[in-house]
Design a protein around this ligand. Structure first.
Ligand SMILES: NC(=O)c1ccc[n+]([C@@H]2O[C@H](COP(=O)([O-])OP(=O)(O)OC[C@H]3O[C@@H](n4cnc5c(N)ncnc54)[C@H](OP(=O)(O)O)[C@@H]3O)[C@@H](O)[C@H]2O)c1
Length: 314
């Protein structure tokens, strides 16, 4: 093993990095200038038509209730009608301008079209589309049924594309249209037991960064990267390993961060200091990143026992 961990193939990278460092002060100023020039107006949900997918539980339910308090017109959906109806009633009593519920399975393209049409035809526009509905995986790739990986791909990525496609004509009728895809820290760095899940969250960034750039200065996209939040996500997770909720963020705190980021028109919101560190480490210090992720996941995972008990992976 050589003393310096550098291979010939890395020398061009090192030279490019040194050149880039020379330009950093210039790019910093330029970035500040473009940010200032394109800074959107501060936004609140009051009176806005907000379509949120996956509102029968978790983050979708929390966000619907928060925006109800602000007086939004809510169009909320999920597959399970009973909990969705309960959420709708609570939203009405919290002060929503109106609440429309739609039973939707977002993995069915026609349902995505129905959701956009219900909102668009009732209000003539959609101001904000929150793409939240999602499911997860909890095992190493070789132990997962391939069908589960396909299902995650469909619900977490393809449906978000489909819902956006059908909502776009109505979003374009808004004066300040917004799309809020809910990604994950798993969308910043590949995490063990999350192969298919991480892939869908990475894909969201590619798709929505490109879409935002198709409507510069008009369509605002705020990608949200939550860390662990105490929701029902383990309920639908396929595999033998759940995420431990020890130390996880509350739904109230999570939706407060989402609301603030959307209101400010941020491009991205990364939850927690550890999440932000992963973001910065991701490309600059990849070996540190990989080590930290493996350690962190070993701490976060709990193994489901056959009797329903949970034990730490380590
Ligand atoms: N909780 C976390 O730690 C965490 C961390 C990072 C990212 N996220 C992301 O946050 C988002 C929300 O997750 P959550 O934690 O709030 O999970 P959750 O409590 O399980 O809620 C998921 C919601 O999505 C809906 N949903 C799932 N599949 C659907 C489908 N095919 N059609 C329509 N609705 C569907 C569910 O409703 P029905 O079952 O009634 O359809 C439910 O309302 C997901 O995209 C997830 O990846 C969560």
């Amino acid at each position: 093993m050589s003393l310096i961990p550098l291979r010939a193939s890395e020398i061009p990278d090192l030279i490019a990095w040194a050149k880039f460092m020379f330009w950093v002060p210039y790019y910093s100023l330029l970035n500040m200038y473009y940010k200032w020039r394109t800074m959107p107006k501060v936004w609140t949900a009051k009176g806005k038509v907000c379509v949120i997918t996956g509102c029968s539980a978790g983050l979708g339910e929390g966000l619907a209730k928060l925006w109800a308090k602000q007086g939004a017109h809510l169009v909320i959906c999920a597959r399970r009608v009973e909990p969705l109806t309960l959420v709708a009633k609570e939203c009405e009593s919290l002060g929503a301008a109106s609440v429309t519920t739609v039973q939707v399975d977002v993995s069915v393209e026609a349902d995505c079209e129905k959701l956009a049409k219900v909102a668009g035809e009732k209000f003539g526009r959609i101001d904000c589309l929150v793409l939240n509905a999602g499911i997860s995986l909890g095992d190493i790739f070789e132990k997962l049924p391939l069908s589960a990986v396909h299902a995650v791909n469909q619900v977490n990525f393809q449906t978000k594309v489909d819902c956006t496609y059908y909502a776009l004509p109505y979003l374009k009728k808004s004066t300040q249209p917004k799309i809020v895809p809910i990604s994950s820290l798993g969308g910043l760095a590949g995490s063990p037991t999350r192969t298919g899940y991480s892939a869908t969250k990475f894909a969201l960034k590619g798709f929505f960064d490109a879409l935002r750039n198709e409507y510069p200065g008009f369509l605002e996209v705020t990608l949200i990267y939550p860390g662990p939040v105490q929701t029902d996500l383990n309920r639908t997770r396929v595999g033998s390993m759940d995420l431990s909720w020890k130390g996880a963020m509350s739904v109230d705190e999570a939706v407060r961060l989402i609301n603030r980021a959307v209101g400010d028109g941020k491009l991205e919101e990364v939850f927690t200091d550890a999440g932000k560190r992963t973001f910065w480490l991701r490309d600059w210090f990849p070996y540190v990143r990989n080590q930290l992720i493996v350690e962190k996941f070993n701490r976060l995972m709990v193994v489901k026992g056959a009797d329903g008990t949970e034990s730490n992976k380590q």
